[in-house]
Design a protein around this ligand. Structure first.
Ligand code: HAS
Ligand code: HEM
Length: 555
């Protein structure tokens, strides 16, 4: 690929992975505070909530967005054999970098301790909001280029199926563009003027609803690049073929229609939305779990086919024939560990989505237990593995410490399983999330001391330490590869593309995105018009004043 495009991709990987060092450090520190080893509100000059904001924003917003754009460029360029336009691609990259720098300044300066959900009445410095908006606008630009390229490709390849990876990538960015419209509105027209002092207050319930219109689709924006890799590369890496190409297309199409109209499942406890709306979106949430069930069955079938082709016999013998520890196929290790974690991440998601059960787990430590087995599971592992892969190919360098690279995902997976088990155990005993437990509940000197939370917070900390160690090993591999001597030809891009075992004939509905986009808009309107009407009807008095040093708004 062109040298300039390779530089864009490498920059979009290098910056967020460097920031991830800060993100992961804060992850470890949170487990240490929560286990009651630190009884202070800050450590090394950084406050708990400042650290938690840096952790959520860097890991979950910045890294994921940069990666999705970088990997999107690589996927489009590779599969369509055409490249995006230079100028818009560079503008997009610079907007993302400048936006991130603005938000990072506000967070490091302690002027944006608002967590990655930035709910009012928590208030941040205007540059935090502006920075996030600029980063998001930067990430929109590639979609328009890619859609143009896809149109051109379809004309010159009439009668051919759109490559599955391109189908998934474009769908992902349509979801992203649509869902970010609401958060762009929230940030630019509500929070920014409020933070600048131009508006006295904001409609808190509306702000939260606009956030979650974006917020749950966001998690699928994180997940879909991993799914593109599972469907397109995993079968070949395993030594077999994708069980069914059509199932892959159906999977991505269902994500397109159901990813957005489910955001209210984050607001089951929100008094400003009526139960009917909540129930509708609870049911739609089961719809969005469907493509992951399809993926689970397809991946099992795919892996079984590969294992048997590799010589595996018997009911389970094929499992042992998969290339778990083959350092030349390290991507397989990153993918399989992510899939194993997602079995637990998915099931806990179903628990959360079940309207009544949600009351048991909402705002408890069960939640970070759930989402570290999703976003810090399949998502981050696919992103980390692919980042090493892209750097090694585009810079023409061999992977540094290949054996270490192959064990990183296993160590991470073990860490996450222990960490999340601790959090879920605690959560089911009522332990809250987003709380510096070391100050009160896990401080024996406090009247609020909860000794029953000691074992689970210690377990969480052990898991967190293993994850941190895996993170350190990953940085050694990534930066070691990035900065070592070049030994192969650079600017190369080759993916391990899989064939399909059942390569069904072209079905026009699964080769054209337009009907799906129309359906998406319709379902969103049906699900969200009542929710928006509710939040205006039950708006409440607006945000109370934000006083950073007290946990109770308005005091
Ligand atoms: Fe979630 C809250 C429901 C998926 C992330 N979720 C969160 C939050 C985050 C998050 C970050 O309904 C917290 C937000 C906050 O800060 O408040 N989630 C779901 C449901 C799913 C789901 C139903 N979540 C995700 C994914 C995420 C993510 C994916 C990130 C990438 N989630 C909720 C709900 C809440 C929530 C409620 C709000 C709770 C509250 O009260 O606040 C589904 O999409 C899950 C479907 C998944 C499956 C699993 C399929 C399994 C597969 C693996 C197969 C394995 C193989 C391996 C083949 C059905 C595909 C074989 C191995 C061999 C060795 C052979
Ligand atoms: C929150 C630990 C890596 C995403 C948390 C919390 C802990 C934690 C303990 C909960 C804090 C609280 O609720 O008070 C860790 C450790 C990690 C790690 C030890 C690895 C060493 C990651 C990664 C991601 C991630 C890789 C995403 C890619 C999040 C998010 C939150 C969170 C989105 C929620 C923040 C909030 O509530 O505002 N993490 N984490 N974490 N983590 Fe991690």
């Amino acid at each position: 690929i062109s040298h300039w495009l390779r530089n864009v991709i490498l920059t979009e990987l290098f910056i967020p992975i460097t920031l991830l060092i800060v993100g992961i450090y804060h992850g470890l520190m949170q487990t240490v505070y929560r286990a009651g080893l630190i009884h202070q509100s800050s450590f090394a000059g950084l406050d708990y909530y400042q650290g938690l904001t840096l952790h959520g924003v860097i890991n979950a917003l910045v890294l994921t967005t940069f990666f999705a754009v970088a990997f999107g460029h690589a996927t489009i360029a590779y599969f369509l054999k055409v490249e995006p336009r230079k100028q818009p691609t560079k503008i997009s990259m610079w907007l993302m970098i400048v936006g991130t720098a603005m938000a990072a300044w506000a967070m490091f300066a302690g002027k944006a301790d608002v967590l990655y959900t930035f709910y009012p009445p928590l208030k941040a410095h205007p540059l935090f909001y502006l920075g996030l908006a600029v980063m998001i606008v930067g990430s929109w630009i590639p979609l328009f280029d890619w859609v143009g390229l896809l149109k051109g490709w379809r004309t010159s390849h009439a009668g051919e199926k759109v490559p599955l990876a391109v189908w998934g990538t474009v769908i992902n960015f349509i979801i992203w563009f649509t869902c970010t419209l609401s958060v762009a509105y929230e940030v630019l027209f509500m929070l920014l003027p409020w933070s600048l002092g131009w508006k006295a207050t904001v409609n808190v319930a509306l702000a939260r609803t606009l956030f979650w219109f974006f917020g749950h689709a966001l998690v699928y924006f994180w997940l879909l690049p991993a799914y593109v890799m599972y469907y397109s590369f995993l079968p070949k890496l395993a030594g077999g073929k994708l069980y069914s190409d059509l199932v892959g297309r159906i999977t991505f199409a269902i994500f397109l229609i159901f990813s957005i109209p489910v955001g209210v499942h984050h607001q089951f406890s929100d008094p400003s939305i009526e139960p009917n709306t909540k129930l509708t979106q609870s049911l739609l949430t089961f719809g969005v779990a469907l493509p992951s069930f399809l993926t689970a069955f397809t991946m099992f079938a795919t892996l079984e086919y590969a294992g048997r082709k590799n010589g595996g016999k018997g009911l389970f013998g094929w499992i042992g024939r998969l290339p778990f520890f083959d350092s030349s196929r390290y991507l397989f290790s990153y993918f399989i560990c992510g899939l194993i974690l997602f079995i637990f991440g998915g099931f806990t998601g179903i628990v959360n989505a079940s309207y009544e059960l949600n009351a048991v787990v909402h705002n408890t430590a069960f939640l970070p237990g759930h989402f570290h087995m999703t976003v810090a599971g399949p998502v981050i592992l696919a992103m980390l593995g692919m980042s090493v892969y892209l750097v090694s190919q585009l810079k023409g360098k061999k992977v540094f410490a290949p054996a270490l690279n192959t064990i990183v995902p296993y160590l991470w997976m073990i860490g996450v399983l222990i960490f999340s088990a601790g959090l879920m155990w605690g959560g089911l005993k009522g332990e809250p999330r987003r709380t510096n437990l070391g100050l009160s509940y896990l401080n024996p000197k406090s009247d609020l001391f909860h000794p029953q939370w000691v074992p689970d917070t210690l377990l969480t900390m052990c898991g967190g330490f293993i994850m941190f160690l895996a993170g350190v090993f990953f940085f050694i591999v990534f930066f070691g590869t990035f900065f070592r001597k070049q030994t192969q030809e650079a600017d190369q891009l080759e993916f391990p593309v899989s064939e399909a075992l059942h390569d069904e004939r072209i079905i026009p509905l699964f080769n054209d995105l337009r009907p799906w986009v129309v359906l998406m808009v319709l379902i969103i309107l049906i699900a969200y018009i009542p929710a928006i009407l509710d939040v205006f009807r039950f708006a409440g008095p607006g945000a109370p004043p934000h006083v950073p040093n007290t946990p109770i708004p308005g005091l």
